[in-house]
Design a protein around this ligand. Structure first.
Ligand code: COA
Length: 259
């Protein structure tokens, strides 16, 4: 079965695997609220559809995602918990079936933080991860303020989240964010192969194993995501973020000297 919701998000179900493809290359796969809504809908349908046993999330071999669409941040800021971005984040963080991701090129902001909620992540050797929330006048989302220090330790989390420094595939592998590095042309195919292996396994035991592995973090992740969302929503309206977004649109460096 092949379906597509909006052209920027393609979904396709085959052999027990739902593949969700970010397809907005001209904007480096940056994600609009309509795209978050489509991804949240796809996850919801994958959750309830017995024909789907595994989900794959992928981008293009040149770019995974440039993160949230900055124009949307200015024009349609997600200010309430039912905003599509928060619906997507709640969906992916509590998704009960396995999720496999293939990541190549830039993975900015939510392009990196959504990976914290995937079970297997395969990266191209061109993958570049970054969480520049502070540089945008914002704070982390997707429970990354909890999961990133837990994953990589506080010192490296501080470089990634306070300085907003990018890190490449080798560091991501060493820190345990990703499973394997392959040539970019092979990442999507490897994710599919691994997803098919999972899809051939009994679903009940797979889901129970995932639930048990995630149980220790589940309540903290849910609580942290809602605390982050409240701060993030407020900061979107504040001068630092407005300056950062305007500077991005005007292709200049932001000036935070007055905020
Ligand atoms: N929102 C809206 N538009 C975006 C975007 C975003 N997050 N990221 C890229 N674009 C647009 C660019 O403005 C550019 O538009 P133009 O052709 O009209 O000038 C187009 O996509 C191509 O991007 P460009 O920056 O020229 O590509 P690049 O290969 O040089 O760099 C990135 C790729 C991802 C490193 C760079 O685009 C980037 O840093 N984007 C912003 C990331 C960001 O801060 N995201 C928010 C995270 S919370």
């Amino acid at each position: 079965m092949s379906t597509s919701t909006i052209p920027e998000i393609l979904t396709h179900v085959d052999a027990g695997v739902m593949t969700i493809t970010l397809n907005r290359l001209e904007r480096k796969n940056s994600i609009t609220s309509a795209m978050y809504g489509a991804m949240a809908d796809a996850l919801e349908s994958a959750n309830h559809d017995a024909a789907v046993r595994v989900v794959v999330i992928q981008g293009h071999e040149s770019v995974f995602s440039a993160g949230n669409d900055i124009g949307d941040f200015l024009g349609k800021p997600p200010s309430t918990p039912d905003a599509p971005v928060f619906r997507f984040l709640r969906g992916i963080s509590s998704f009960p079936k396995p999720i496999v991701a293939a990541v190549c090129g830039p993975a900015v902001g939510i392009g990196t933080t959504m990976l914290l909620h995937c079970d297997l992540v395969y990266a191209g050797d061109n993958a570049a991860f970054s969480m520049p929330f502070v540089n945008l006048g914002l704070c982390p989302e997707a429970a990354s303020s909890f999961l990133v220090p837990q994953l990589m330790g506080y010192p490296r989390a501080a470089e990634a989240l306070l300085l907003g420094e990018p890190f490449m595939a080798e560091s991501a592998l060493e820190m345990g964010l990703i499973n394997r590095i392959v040539p970019p042309t092979e990442a999507n195919a490897l994710a599919q192969r691994q997803a098919l292996k999972l899809a051939a396994k009994p679903l009940g035991p797979l889901m129970e194993t995932k639930r048990l592995m995630k149980k220790g973090n589940a309540a903290i992740v849910a609580e942290r995501m809602s605390e982050e969302a409240a701060s993030f929503g407020r900061m979107l309206q504040e001068p630092a973020a407005r300056e950062a977004f305007t500077a991005f649109m005007e292709k200049r460096k932001p000036d935070f000297s007055k905020v």
